[in-house]
Design a binder for this molecule. Structure first.
Ligand SMILES: [Zn+2]
Ligand SMILES: [Zn+2]
Length: 210
């Protein structure tokens, strides 16, 4: 699936999702998640979305609309995959389809050693979606707060032009506090999962609230 042009898309400040109509199309305008509930399924789509932002870093647009669509940009996907492989199971989901979350265990001593506390997070996809519905706007707010007035006001209250946002965040990829690595560390913290590099598994229970 190719990436749609970002030209006609906006980002919703409330839900962090994109809205818009891809260039050259007349139909199937994407609504942000605040107001998507009543739409009929578009032909050829598993869900009504042309384009999304990476669920981890929020810095890159990603193709969407298929049950095979990844939740992440290439860099974040690799971090998530490595993390899951280190634990021998999908602690952070990669995508909607169960096959995408099959973990291939590489390396020694990683299978069957998951601490019981960590297994508590495995509340399934619903719990994961619920957590990500809170993480994604919170991540967006972190980035927007750092950008401050550098970002042009959007075309309407509560929405920013995606192209403006991407231009303003283009240099943040490797930023120590706001970049992709930092975003993944913050996401693990939000989900109350152990840091990627620590050996100690103290993660627990349900994702943090609020
Ligand atoms: Zn919204
Ligand atoms: Zn990413």
């Amino acid at each position: 699936m190719s990436l749609e042009s970002v030209d006609n898309f906006t980002i919703c400040r409330s839900c962090g999702a994109l809205a818009g109509l891809p260039r050259g199309r007349r139909r199937y305008r994407q609504a942000c998640r605040c107001d998507r509930a009543e739409q009929e399924r578009w032909p050829g789509f598993d869900f009504n979305e042309h384009l999304d932002l990476c669920w981890c870093c929020g810095l890159e647009p990603i193709p969407s609309g298929s049950k095979w669509s990844s939740f992440y940009c290439a860099d974040c996907r690799e971090r998530v995959r490595d993390y899951n492989e280190a634990w021998g199971r999908a602690l952070v989901y990669l995508g909607r389809h169960s096959l995408m979350n099959d973990v291939v265990v590489r390396g020694p001593g990683t299978s069957g050693t998951l601490p019981p506390a960590l297994a508590g997070f495995l509340g399934g996809m619903t719990a994961f979606y619920d957590a990500m519905d809170r993480w994604r706007p919170s991540r967006l707010q972190t980035v927007l707060a750092a950008l401050g007035p550098a970002l042009p006001a959007g075309p309407e209250a509560g929405a920013l032009r995606l192209a403006d946002y991407l231009a303003a965040t283009a240099a943040l990829t490797d930023h120590p506090a706001l970049g992709k690595r930092a975003a993944f560390a913050a996401l693990l913290g939000f989900l109350r999962l152990s840091p990627a590099t620590g050996g100690d598994a103290t993660a627990v229970g349900s994702p943090s609230r609020g």
